[in-house]
Design a protein around this ligand. Structure first.
Ligand code: ADP
Ligand code: MG
Length: 429
């Protein structure tokens, strides 16, 4: 899973500095970093070497690290055309008075969830405060040692007090067979490919789950091991249970076996969801159409909930009841996202989308057409919709859903607003 790639040749560089008495390397107690992506922009030779040294540290084994020779300008131009990583480390020798203006073009193209560590030249407390106020996660005074940077990253992504890195997105159907799993799997795949974000898909339908079929995988173990052996569950154990589906997507597959009954305590999935959120930036939870203590608690705790429905009366009634129930379970969150699926099935009497959503008082985030050939081919060949037909309207709709559920705006346009507002986009929301 280690994916350390450098965008410049390192072959003729001197060895990284050996620790000396003034700068002892004390990494004891630092936990390995989760599956995040980091892109470092270095202006000095020293910083370049420090970043490369860090990339080789065992705590970085799961991190997707890139190092580029350049500063803020290089970063801004690179990310104007590609998704931003989870963390940008930026070395700059700009004067304190010019730093915010220097960062503005980057803020313009930066994803709201991306964290930024700035390594500057000036020890200036007013500057430090101003940067932190504007959403920069940390300001370090260079030249920095590897241990300083690694500790700063750990403080953002590993510290038990820090917010978990990962966002959990739960998909559930208003009835069985409405395509909730299909949508969950395509979104998990979409998020991992569109944004190069490490994503974990957890199939919570243990007896009948289809993530294994949809991704053409036959893992020996998966989510059952995690849910029935909670005391063994930690990052190392999780790594053994994950199956790799594609470059940035791993899956916690269901056994899909009927050799036992699947009954759970109300909080049975809580430890799994928690560890997923500490391990990767996005966890997609594929829930079965079940309303019991454990599904309610997963839905109550998820960062985003997506309800999938097809346009008939039973789906409308169930969606309404689910929206009401979830409002009570999640009083301080926005309403779940709604997706209307399988719209336009030949000869089937349907409720028109407008008539479906009007009584619910919620706008859908997407309406997917019924397309037996496209979805049937995908399901039977273990491939995703974009792999079958990237140009299909359904593929485009999945891309929009991926943007919305991860809190990204659909298109990367320059945002208008004051400098402070733009810089606010750099930091934690
Ligand atoms: N938009 C669609 N058009 C045609 N078939 C679809 C569509 N969405 C899903 N399907 C098919 O519907 C079936 C049920 O989907 P599934 O994702 O397992 O539903 P759920 O998880 O809600 O029970 C699958 O065979 C799937 O391929
Ligand atoms: Mg399902």
């Amino acid at each position: 899973m280690s994916a350390v790639n450098y965008s410049l040749s390192t072959s003729n560089m001197p060895d990284p500095q050996v620790p000396d008495e003034a700068h002892p390397v004390d990494l004891t107690g630092l936990r390995p970093l989760p599956r995040i992506s980091i892109h470092a922009f270095c202006e000095s030779e020293q910083m370049l070497r420090t970043m490369e040294q860090m990339g080789r540290d065992r705590r970085m084994a799961k991190v997707n690290m890139r190092v580029t020779n350049g500063g803020t300008e290089a970063a801004a131009s690179m990310f104007s055309g590609s998704p931003t990583p989870n963390l940008i480390i930026l070395e700059t020798d700009v004067q304190p008075s010019g730093l915010l203006a220097e960062l503005a073009p980057l803020a313009d193209v930066c994803d709201p969830s991306t964290r930024v560590i700035v390594v500057g030249r000036y020890n200036d407390i007013a500057l430090y405060r101003e940067l932190i106020r504007n959403g920069i996660s940390e300001y370090l005074v260079g030249p920095v040692q590897m241990v300083e940077i690694l500790s700063s990253i750990a403080a953002i992504f590993v510290d038990p007090e820090a917010e978990p890195v990962g966002k959990s997105i739960a998909f559930v159907g208003a009835k069985g067979g409405v395509g909730s799993s299909t949508i969950a799997h395509n979104c998990a795949f979409g998020i991992s490919t569109l944004f190069s974000t490490e994503t974990i898909l957890a199939d919570l339908d243990l007896p009948f789950g289809t993530a294994n079929i949809d991704f053409d995988q036959d893992p020996a173990q998966g989510i059952a091991e995690a849910v029935f052996a909670p005391d063994r569950l930690d990052e190392v154990f999780l790594d053994r249970l994950l199956t790799k589906c594609s470059e940035h997507l791993s899956m916690l597959a269901a056994p899909s076996l009927l050799d036992r009954a699947y009954d759970y305590e109300g909080m049975a999935f809580q430890p799994i969801v928690e560890i997923l959120q500490r391990s990767a930036p996005v966890a997609v939870l594929d829930l079965p159409h079940v309303w019991s203590e454990w599904t309610r608690s997963v839905l109550a705790a998820a960062d985003e909930v997506v309800i999938c429905a097809v346009p008939d009366l039973a789906n409308l009634r169930n969606t309404k009841n689910m929206l009401d129930a979830l409002k009570k379970l999640r009083p301080n969150d926005h309403a779940p996202h709604l997706i209307l699926n399988q719209v336009g099935m030949p000869k089937r009497p349907e409720i028109a989308p407008n008539d479906f959503f009007e009584p619910l008082e919620v706008e859908p985030i997407a309406i997917l057409p019924f397309d037996a050939a496209l979805f049937g081919n995908a399901a039977n060949s273990g491939r995703m919709i974009t792999e079958i037909d990237a140009k299909s309207p359904a593929a485009e709709t999945f891309s929009q859903i991926c943007h919305i559920v991860t809190g990204r705006s659909a298109a990367k346009k320059a945002k208008k607003g004051g400098l402070g507002k733009m810089l606010g986009l750099l930091g934690r929301k």
